[in-house]
Design a protein around this ligand. Sequence first.
Ligand code: ZN
Ligand code: ZN
Ligand code: ZN
Length: 149
Amino acid sequence: MSDCVHCTHEIRSAEEACGWCGRWQNGHMPMCETHPTAPSVGLCVVCARPVCGTCAQRADGRLFCDDPAHQAFAADHTLVGSFDSEFEADWVAVVLRRAGIPSYAYSFRDHVSSWWFPLPSAVRLFIPASRAAEARAVLADVDDLPTSL
Ligand SMILES: [Zn+2]
Ligand SMILES: [Zn+2]
Ligand SMILES: [Zn+2]
């Protein structure tokens, strides 16, 4: 664990984009999904779409893609964690569902320009912000989950 070089939120690895501000930590990055000749500056903090300096939307110091629904989504949802696989994210989603807490997954792998790009913690799981305290209590009982609640 270390801190993001842009915003000081905690990140798991220097290879990933910060879960809070969306920006890459180092020079190793995929191309923008919309502008394939431009290196991305980071990932939309909701859907993990690679965005470049031209098409990135910025709000509250965070990067978003051009889907306005994602800024609204970020306003009332909390990131449970960034996971290495759909399987891992699914496992957490099932634990939450059993406790009656809905969750929503977004994957870096859903974006064509990212398919070949090696990235740890590619799958993000969100819950309604109003359920964060409840989810934290539920997940505290499960060991070894890389959650960031
Ligand atoms: Zn950051
Ligand atoms: Zn997005
Ligand atoms: Zn772009």
